[in-house]
Design a protein around this ligand. Structure first.
Ligand SMILES: NC(=O)NCCC[C@H](N)C(=O)O
Length: 304
């Protein structure tokens, strides 16, 4: 039996699912792509190739090996994108909660059935159909659970809006003792610089009391201010529009003082080191072209 345990985003990681770029299949057409950054690269002729992305994920895996983290990989589905393990399910406390993901990505969860079979079935939760929720929008943070959503009445027109109010309410009911705080995120189907695809594309906690944040990722200033009040302005590393586009907020914590980051994120990596953290720098710029980065590629199962 696999005993899951996740209370927050940064405690020492023991076991994780890491997605895979193997057998990713042919480059999607513009119509098949489901995020604006992938579309941008398809149009520019710079969409990433499998071999480069496999290398980047191998580098990530090596960091996990270095820190003795147990790594699970999805079973390969032929010609299918399985990089972003984060979104297909998520763990809070000892529960494995299946996401209700974009139909285009539905098969990704089948590849983890071998892992789900190792979890006590009473701990595996399947939300009802009206619930839309993806793991990139969900962040347990001790007494809080942060959730990214989109509250616009045009929700159904946005393929980039992945978590709805039913999703937020579902988590509130499942965890009545937690403070569930939802954040209304900016969405664009055509401009990745104005699209917070998931909460982890514009915010993520780091260390014990810090965070990375892009103010304009939030539709409501009050939501941004909630985080400023909770963390303290001096503890938040503010990123600009271009840095959000490069996905600076999507690094990944192995511990409160160990962060895996992209090697070109110089301004962020220096700030992390200045705050006493070890930064494991790896190349991840090719995967970034699909509007996801390090946090998006992982699904933590056990943290201390
Ligand atoms: N948590 C995340 O932000 N995941 C990235 C998912 C990117 C993928 N291209 C998608 O649109 O679903």
């Amino acid at each position: 039996m696999l005993d899951l345990h996740i209370q927050n985003e940064t405690s020492r990681l023991k076991a994780v699912v890491l997605g895979t770029a193997e057998s990713i299949g042919p480059e999607p057409t513009l119509e098949e792509a489901y995020d604006p950054k992938s579309k941008e690269h398809i149009l520019a002729g710079t969409y990433p190739v499998e071999a480069d992305m496999v290398k980047e994920m191998d580098a990530f895996n090596k960091v996990f090996e270095k820190y003795n983290v147990e790594v699970y990989r999805p079973k390969l589905i032929t010609d299918y994108n399985q990089i972003f393990a984060r979104d297909i399910a998520f763990v809070i406390e000892d529960l494995f909660i299946k996401a209700n993901i974009l139909p285009e990505r539905e098969q990704e969860l089948d590849a983890l059935q071998y892992l789900i079979d190792q979890i006590d079935p009473s701990k595996v939760i399947t939300p009802p159909e009206e619930v839309h929720i993806e793991g990139g929008d969900v962040m347990p943070w001790n007494d809080h659970i942060f959730i990214g959503t989109y509250k616009g009445s045009d929700y159904k027109n946005y393929i980039t809006a992945r978590t709805n109010q039913y999703g937020v309410d579902f988590i509130k009911e499942l965890f009545p003792n937690k403070i569930v705080k939802e954040f209304d995120l900016v969405k664009s189907k055509i401009e990745p610089r104005d699209n917070a695809l998931h909460l982890d594309c514009c915010f993520q906690p780091i260390g014990k009391d810090k965070g990375i944040i892009h103010k304009s990722g939030f539709r409501e200033e009050g939501d941004y201010m909630y985080l400023v009040d909770l963390f303290g302005k001096e503890n938040l590393f503010h990123i600009d529009r271009e840095e959000m586009y490069h996905m600076y907020s999507n690094v990944f914590s192995i511990d409160t003082d160990v962060v895996v980051s992209e090697r070109n994120f110089t301004r962020l990596n220096n700030w992390l080191r200045d705050h006493g953290m070890t930064v494991e720098e790896i190349p991840y710029a090719e995967i970034s072209k699909q509007e996801g980065l390090l946090r998006c590629s992982t699904m933590p199962l056990i943290r201390e």
